[in-house]
Design a protein around this ligand. Structure first.
Ligand code: SF4
Length: 438
């Protein structure tokens, strides 16, 4: 039987694409392998958001080139954000690659898979094209990602995503709910709705729908117990969406809402489309409806022209807002973006590193406080996986919890938290205390 291995870099959107491709390949009679050594077809699902991710793909391609040069070696396909306008250059550099596929455009890989297995054109017609697009990835546990809007129209000056993933394109409501029901029928209890700017969902559709419409639909899918969503964009986050998160029991009060900078001048150069004041107004609205909402954010340090004073404004903003989680990255120019073409990368590397350290220490402090507050509390955890008698899951706010217990995967359980570190919580099933007390 023919085999495949998909190596996925980057965001949850790529993970969801890989699952979908895997489902298509399995329908063609392929079987997945744990590593690429034993696979007949190797797919690298690439990410362009940072240079580091591209370098990892190049290095893996280098290894595969060697195997091919030595004779044999698998068929190789490259998909995702590195494929696009620059593919000609990549083709010259890696001529041994058999197929190139842009994000969500699986057909070249399906065609390669068919050719390698020598199946009929009739089978291909049924599986590739529209058939492929209707294929949902089979879940591998009780949680699953569901992309609901592809692409991004925002064109922040530093970001490669709109150039590689194209304009915003929402899936019809019925299509998304169909997939959620399919996942629920296959054991999924929690879905995370994905989009680069997930609250933009529906703006491009003919039907009158927004993210809250999806939340409402999912409330009616019985075995789904939790709905999450990411990534948020402040300008698209309407009161209706915030109210839906507050009012609908299954939707977790957990926001991933990148601020990127605390300086209005910097936000303007990034073309983020909002001011610090507008951002804080959205946060205030969230907290007025959900005082315990968990807020995570992203910050980029060292963008072109970022002065000490502008960076200080970012630090002040982070202190004021008291995010629970802060993801920080140092700016690196992405070829093709406005910033790479027009703005000088003028913040020295050492300064970027020092700023990164400041933000990381703010993050460590807030994550520790956030987790310490859980000590002694009983929290609701969705058990996601079990290993050696220990089960791991997450709270509604996304905190990782390890607890003693077996055969809980897929269940919502109450866990008493005994220990906390900045990265995770440890606890025991609340039921066990009750038993112990009898
Ligand atoms: S909102 Fe800005 S940073 Fe986010 S994906 Fe779109 S262009 Fe990139």
């Amino acid at each position: 039987m023919a085999t495949f291995h998909i190596w996925t870099l980057g965001c949850q959107m790529n993970q969801a694409d890989s699952l979908k491709l895997a489902a298509g390949l399995e329908r063609l009679g392929y079987r997945p392998t744990e590593s690429d050594d034993a696979a007949d077809l190797v797919v690298i699902n690439t990410c362009s958001v940072r240079q580091h991710a591209e370098d990892r793909a190049y290095s893996r391609l280098g290894v595969l080139r060697k195997r091919r040069a030595e004779g044999g070696g698998p068929r190789v396909a490259v998909m995702g954000c590195m494929v696009g306008p620059k593919t000609d250059e990549l083709r010259r550099r890696f001529p041994f690659v058999d197929a190139w596929a842009r994000p969500q455009q699986f057909d070249p890989i399906m065609e390669l898979a068919v050719e390698a297995r020598d199946v009929s054109q009739g089978e291909l017609g049924a599986l590739a094209g529209d058939g492929m697009r209707r294929t949902y990835g089979l879940p591998s546990g009780p949680t699953a990602f569901v992309p609901v809007i592809h692409g991004c129209d925002k064109f922040c000056t530093y970001c490669i995503v709109p150039l590689r993933r194209g304009r915003e394109q929402s899936r019809p409501v019925a299509d998304v709910l169909d997939e959620v029901r399919f996942l629920a029928d296959h054991g999924v209890r929690e879905v995370t709705l994905l989009g680069q700017t997930v609250e933009a969902y529906g703006q491009d559709l003919d039907e009158d729908a927004d993210l809250a419409t999806l939340f409402e639909g999912i409330e009616r899918v019985d075995s789904i117990v939790r709905t999450r969503f990411l990534t948020s964009y402040p300008k698209d986050m309407t009161d209706r969406i915030i109210d839906a998160v507050a009012d609908l029991p299954k939707v977790c009060e957990h926001f991933n809402i990148p601020v990127q900078s605390g300086s209005n001048a910097m936000l303007e150069r990034m073309r983020r489309g909002y001011t610090v004041e507008e951002f804080e107004e959205r946060v205030a609205r969230i907290r007025s409806r959900m005082p315990d909402a968990v807020l995570a954010t992203d910050v980029i340090v060292g963008c072109p022209g970022e002065s000490d004073e502008e960076f200080a404004h970012t630090v002040e903003l982070l202190r004021r807002v008291r995010f629970n989680v802060i993801h920080a990255a140092a700016y690196s120019p992405r070829p093709g973006t406005y910033a790479a073409r027009k703005l000088a990368d003028d913040v020295p590397r050492e300064v970027k590193k020092a700023r990164l350290r400041v933000i990381e220490s703010l993050h460590a402090a807030s994550a520790a406080t956030h987790n310490d507050r859980m000590l002694g509390r009983t929290v609701e955890v969705l058990a996601e996986r079990e290993e050696a008698g220990r089960t791991t899951g997450r709270t509604r706010g996304g905190q990782l919890v390890h607890f003693n217990g077996v055969k809980q995967v897929g269940r919502l359980v109450d866990v008493v938290i005994d220990q906390a570190t900045p990265w995770s919580l440890q606890g025991r099933l609340a039921g066990e205390i009750a038993l112990a007390a009898i």
